[in-house]
Design a protein around this ligand. Structure first.
Ligand SMILES: NC(=O)c1ccc[n+]([C@@H]2O[C@H](COP(=O)([O-])OP(=O)(O)OC[C@H]3O[C@@H](n4cnc5c(N)ncnc54)[C@H](O)[C@@H]3O)[C@@H](O)[C@H]2O)c1
Length: 317
């Protein structure tokens, strides 16, 4: 297959690209390198800022030059806190970028799209596991851009788009040092960076209604997530797509203290975590129901928390 990956020089995109190439597919990467790293990927990176108005023409030209079998759209800004500070920029980049991509796809009759969505679309769910029908209300502009993105993908079915929204839960781990997550935005990379600086990891909130009082999340290995993208592309080849939206997680929750316990083992460092107050906007528990993706794609995560944390530690050292 010929695949077009936007955001392919990013942490997740580079894993999708690497897996696709190992499986014999050809990959073209579009990325403005705002947070991406060109040498994460072997081939050239086509430098297009999807949010700029001339991107429609540039993307159309690219699609005319190569007939792609599918587009995987990962390019986006993803910092929740920053999205609260500069919401306009998030709407411009995440919504505007997707709108430009869809315009080009429509113009060039390019019909298959996999969209990187997020569990941030669920906001503050109150269920033990959230399924795709849960009427989530995102609580920050980042999550809002992802939910609106899903609506855009659904609406584009009117002109013939076949689209899949993948709602990623907490993505972590790495297949190699080269593809490591270098952004200090999520618990595992933040804690690893703190340990490397000789600091102690901080736990925000120890009085949540969970077994050890710390927040519970569903950690999915980035290599498993990469597999889900190729399965999603195959799904779009089926004559009928019953569902447009799929959770990608493991269905298992791990608390902050459990993650740090694994990090203690992986690093061999006997650290003491610093216990701090809750941060606003952290749901106590966010764990995926994986029934749909298991049933429809046959997807089951193959890596657990131990492998996720160990691979992240090894990639950063
Ligand atoms: N990392 C996670 O835990 C997580 C969870 C849920 C959803 N997601 C989503 O997955 C996708 C990939 O995330 P990631 O962790 O690899 O982040 P990343 O920042 O490493 O990758 C994003 C890539 O998109 C590129 N990009 C950003 N804006 C662009 C634009 N306007 N034009 C062209 N390229 C642009 C960046 O340069 C970067 O290479 C994002 O859409 C993100 O919202 C990530």
């Amino acid at each position: 297959m010929k695949l077009l990956l936007t955001g392919g020089a990013g942490y997740i995109g580079a894993h999708v690209a690497a897996l696709a190439e190992r499986e014999g597919h050809s990959v073209t990467i579009v990325d403005d390198l705002s947070t991406g790293i060109a040498n994460r990927v072997p081939g050239p990176v086509v430098d297009i800022n999807l949010a700029s108005p001339d991107s429609v023409e540039k993307l159309s030209r690219l699609m005319r030059d190569t007939e792609f079998d599918a587009v995987i759209h990962l390019a986006a800004r993803k910092q929740v806190g920053q999205s609260v500070q500069i919401p306009e920029q998030y709407f411009l980049d995440n919504i505007g970028g997707l709108a430009n991509l869809l315009l080009a796809m429509r113009q060039e009759d390019q019909q298959k799209l996999v969209f990187s969505s997020s569990a941030a679309t669920y906001g503050m769910p109150t269920l033990d596991v959230v399924d795709e029908n849960y009427p989530g209300v995102p609580i920050n502009p980042y999550g809002q851009t992802k939910l609106i993105g899903e609506w855009m993908v659904k609406n584009a079915a009117n002109w013939g788009l076949r689209g899949v929204n993948l709602r990623y839960f907490n993505v972590a781990g790495s297949e190699s040092k080269k593809l490591a997550d270098t952004a200090e935005l999520n618990l595992i990379p933040i804690a690893i960076a703190q340990l490397k600086r000789g600091e102690q990891p901080i736990v925000f909130g120890t009085d949540y209604p969970t077994q050890d009082g710390t927040c519970i999340r569903d950690y999915v290995h980035v290599e498993d997530l990469a597999k889900a993208h190729l399965m999603a592309v195959d799904y779009l080849d089926m004559p009928v797509q019953e569902f447009a939206t799929f959770n990608v997680g493991t269905g298992q929750g791990a608390s902050v203290l459990q993650v740090l316990g694994e990090l203690r083992k992986a690093s061999g460092i006997e650290f003491e975590e610093v216990l701090a107050d809750r941060r606003p906007g952290d749901p106590p528990r966010l764990v995926a129901s994986t029934d749909r993706i298991e049933k429809i794609f046959g997807f089951k995560a193959s890596f657990g928390l131990k492998e996720i944390v160990k691979s992240a530690w090894d990639a950063a050292n």
